[in-house]
Design a protein around this ligand. Sequence first.
Ligand code: BG6
Length: 507
Amino acid sequence: MGLRFLRNGLLGLYLQRHHQHIMQVDTGFTFILFGGTGDLAMRKILPSLYQAHCGGLLPTAGRIAAVARGLSNREAYVQWMHTHVRNHVKLAGDDASWNDFLKRILFVRVDLGRPEDYALLRDIISPLSGIRVFYLATRPSLFVPICRALSTMGLSNDARIVLEKPLGYDLQSSNTINDAVGEIFVESHIYRIDHYLGKEPVQNLLALRFGNALFEPLWRREWVESIQITIAEELGVEGRGDFYDNTGALRDMVQNHLLQLLSIVAMEPPHSMHTNALRDEKLRVLRALKPIKPCDISRIAVRGQYHMGVLNGITVPAYVNERGVSTSSMTETFVALKVEIENWRWAGVPFFLRTGKRLANRVAEIVVNFRAVPHSVFGSMALRNGSNRLVIRLQPNEFIRLYCLAKQPGEGMNLQSVHLDLAFDEFFQKDRMEAYQRLLLDVINGRLALFVHRDEQEAAWQWVEPILAEWNRLGTAPRRYAAGTWGPAAASALLARHGTCWLEEEN
Ligand code: BG6
């Protein structure tokens, strides 16, 4: 017994120390990147793979086969990587590691509309052993044709497939894609990316909620007055006008990122951190979202569109003057919503969701406002909801801040809002792993927990669709807001009706 314990302990220690080395000699992989010269490949996927390579986190035998039709050969692709990818790497390694990384790169010229081109891909990747990952960083309209071509060529067996968002345009189109992909790949091999789930602070939210007993008793309707979730961007549509004008903020951010954050904030404690345990609890929240009635939409949903304004001292054009956007566009670049969850924990607690482009600040945060004391012995200050508040800042700087009331020093008994702070950068003093890097490593290592199950996606579309349908039926223009502000005034009124305000309006 003692000997076995000692042996297991030593083995554990060995594995811990040599984890990196073991990962490197582990089975290889082939990562086939469709959309190899696209924006996402350039800004996120290739830089993240390179970062993982520099950290010794990629198996040595791993290859990356970029698929694109715009370049003629590998040499041209490597040149393209030099000029377009390297400057997007946050922690640039040295030339030797970059050149080492390039050895992993293969290039296949495929016109995705020509099934015969896939034979070339088959000839290149068939001899390669190990796990096969297909990453579809393409337009969603290509997802099904690509999967069918892979199946015809016999390349899909046992392979993993990664689908980028947006997966469809509405419930029906997302079901069409999921059905067709599901005929070729089993659900446990389908990785639907929502990069918000890969962000370190989102994982920290799980740690905060389920690693500490402190908050759990308070995390419910009896103690929580309201919750705000904001993803605000300073950026506009950044050369994606064509795509965005057909999408809008509700599809681009609410249906996925915001509802995923909401489900993590509101979920019941899972019985473990295993994939299905987490996904099942998130799904329960999505299914418990109070359905929105068309007659309520104007009261609980605000849609806006930015016009010209000043952001960080620079005048930026109106949305309708962005490249690729129709000058008469009615697409929303801002959404604020009041959401309710119909279960015992949350009944009656408003969740306010908000996202927008060209807002005053880039910030993503969750604000939990706790109820005021039932009776104040210190005057009205202590009776304000939100005197106790937990702010979980996801970006740009990561922190958790707990607001309380404290006595001001000196004579009298005057209370003031103060806060306890945990700034993760200062505390850990360690570089954070980018969301894409974490998620790509998860795909290669077969970890599905941070990917979205088909059922979650369906539930999210089901909830979002009546809003889209009603906006469409009404045909009214979104409310205008100046770039560089916090969106239309109606978004403030939405909270004011519940006796509260957005965090930045507090002071
Ligand atoms: C993407 C959206 O999913 O998320 C973009 O399509 C948006 O429009 C982006 O800009 C925001 O992500 P992040 O990580 O920069 O907050």
